[in-house]
Design a binder for this molecule. Sequence first.
Ligand SMILES: [Zn+2]
Length: 412
Amino acid sequence: MQLLTGKPCPLSKPSISCDNYPVRLRYLIIGATGGVSASALVGLGLFWHLKNSQPTNPPDVSTHSLTSETSPLKTATDRKPSSNFEYPLICSDPYKAICLRTTSHRDPTGSVHSDVEGEVQALRIVEEIIHEHPEWTSEQVDEELAQIIYTPKRVGRIQSAFRFVRATIEKTIRAQPTEVFSKKDKRLLVNRINSVQLELPPPAALYSDQPDLFTKNDVFYQQSTNGSRKLRVGGAFVMSIKSWFNLVFTLAHELGHSIDPCELRGIPPEKDSAPAAYKNLTSCFLKQGLVSHHKNRSECGENDQLSETFADWIAVQITAIALKEYATEFHKPLIQAAAMNSVRDLCEQDDTLNDLDSEFHPSPKVRIEKIFGNSPEIRNVLGCPSLEGSLKYCTLNPETPERPKDPMELKK
Ligand SMILES: [Zn+2]
């Protein structure tokens, strides 16, 4: 088993805390510890899962009046709606629209299920394998499980999303002006992004140091002591992920960790290799409450949400670009539903088996409302009016322009 030095984990899910940072070893496993094989999990988890499984609510794009005096919205200059025009609820209350409402339009690329549903599915498969082959060793069970879960079709879809995310992050980095990223910064960031390997079974032996991952909903980035960087995807996630945009957001979040401000600290020969522009961003995160002022907060150490907030922030940029590409193919309500699905799994889930991590992850409300819902690019895709000028979305630029240039329109 390799020792990990980076910070694996950090899932895009608020419900699962698993950063394996030296000072934050917090791997929560369903009634088991790391290294327990998938077969051993069956009896432990299945009954509990089934008992507590709850149906999930599809996204909602119903409308909500914005005439309230407390509304933070203003009418964009290019939109002149009539007096009785109502923007969708997603514009004024993204958290409520995404996490608390039921029904309505469907994401054309697929739904998002609760974490527990994929885990139940995976555990059922384990149970069936053991029932049919009681004489098999746990390694044989895991191999069969990996073959059933990681089909060429599912693996191909994840690989395709991974390639899109990696190329889009690279393009975004290269498109930054030199005042933001120097040539040296760009080289460092692009090299790191491209050094991350997507590691997907079969064979099951690839995850031999984390066999429980086959039945988990986890997706995480990790760096080993020999410097290799990889992204792993749990079997339950592979089975349940349907929404393309949720997949894009999740992979972008994890890949974003490879260049987050904390991950770039201490890269030899320099003490801190993080680009200077990250300081502007960090200061904006703190000013706007995207990183909590926790008591005893130590930057990139204990009680610090910086790396998670950064990963969400970059995932929002990449998801907005993905949505914009699809915006010409689907009607507005479908794109709105797709956008909401991209972060739907960040909602607090009643049926989660894991504690909500508030030490390293911002609250679901902050993630969905402020990091996602306040993004000018996301609001543009959703057809929402721009926000009041006092609330400028955090960017790498010191001036923090409200509407940054679209990197996709810039030459590489
Ligand atoms: Zn994370």
